[in-house]
Design a protein around this ligand. Structure first.
Ligand code: ATP
Length: 227
């Protein structure tokens, strides 16, 4: 569960989040809005990268400001800039790093590592330099590094930006099958078709909060796009 209670935030003079109150309990929650509407800033409040000027945030009952380590253990975060999430020289080492501090056996780690590399189509690249992957493959690697830990919930900020059609479909299938709660910030509206709830942000405010079809219709209306 994710809770925001009267969250407001400014960057310099500019209000970026304005009095946002949301309790997200649904399994699949989408957050959409124009460029600059505050989506990424909202996601960053969930892992403590942004401390809101006002209001309270809870992710899985944890306060990201005071319990940053616990939050990052419980919540898998994926950001648009996958390169920044790659920390090790090779693809396999990078995924293995995500497993390092988990309280599971070495054998279980090995099994999970190989299953995950296979699942994301990265097994053939296991020993290659991670930074030499294509941009889309780096996004898959970042996703692999997050999912291999089997977090309690996932917050994904535009994970599909650089993916080709096959990998967007793979992502869509993966999101549909995951047992965890997923909060997805995206401009790929078709990814949200089967979601339980979609929140629309506009200039830092929640302007719609509904099932996917009416929420997307409101977003199109805001953007001046006919259905
Ligand atoms: N570090 C920063 N310093 C100053 N302004 C910032 C910073 N980060 C974000 N902003 C501003 O905050 C506003 C909201 O940005 P944010 O990245 O949250 O929007 P977004 O909805 O995720 O946009 P996009 O769809 O383009 O990713 C923008 O006007 C942006 O310029």
């Amino acid at each position: 569960m994710i809770e925001l209670d009267r969250v407001s935030h400014r960057l310099g003079e500019r209000p970026v989040l304005r009095d946002i109150t949301l309790t997200l309990v649904e399994r699949r929650v989408g957050i959409i809005g124009a460029n600059g509407s505050g989506k990424s800033t909202l996601a960053r409040t969930l892992n403590g990268l942004v401390s809101p000027d006002e209001g309270e945030v809870r992710a899985g009952g944890l306060d990201p400001r005071r319990q940053q380590r616990e939050v990052r253990r419980a919540v898998g975060f994926m950001f648009t800039d996958a390169s920044a999430q790659i920390l090790m020289p090779t693809v396999a080492e990078d995924v293995a790093l995500s497993l390092r501090d988990l309280p599971i056996s070495a054998q279980e780690k090995e099994t999970r590592l190989h299953e995950t590399l296979d699942f994301f189509g990265l097994a053939d690249h296991a020993d290659q330099p991670a930074q030499l992957l294509s941009s889309g493959q780096k996004q898959l690697l970042a996703f692999a590094g997050v999912l291999v830990r089997r977090p309690e919930m996932l917050v994904c900020d535009e994970p599909s930006t650089l993916l080709d059609l096959a990998n967007v479909l793979r992502l869509q299938r993966t999101l549909a099958e995951l047992p965890q709660q997923v909060v997805l910030l995206t401009h790929h509206l078709e990814l949200l078709d089967d979601f339980d709830r979609v929140v629309v942000l506009d200039e830092g405010r929640v302007v719609a909060d509904d099932a996917p079809a009416p929420a997307v219709a409101e977003y199109r209306r805001l953007m001046g796009v006919r259905a």
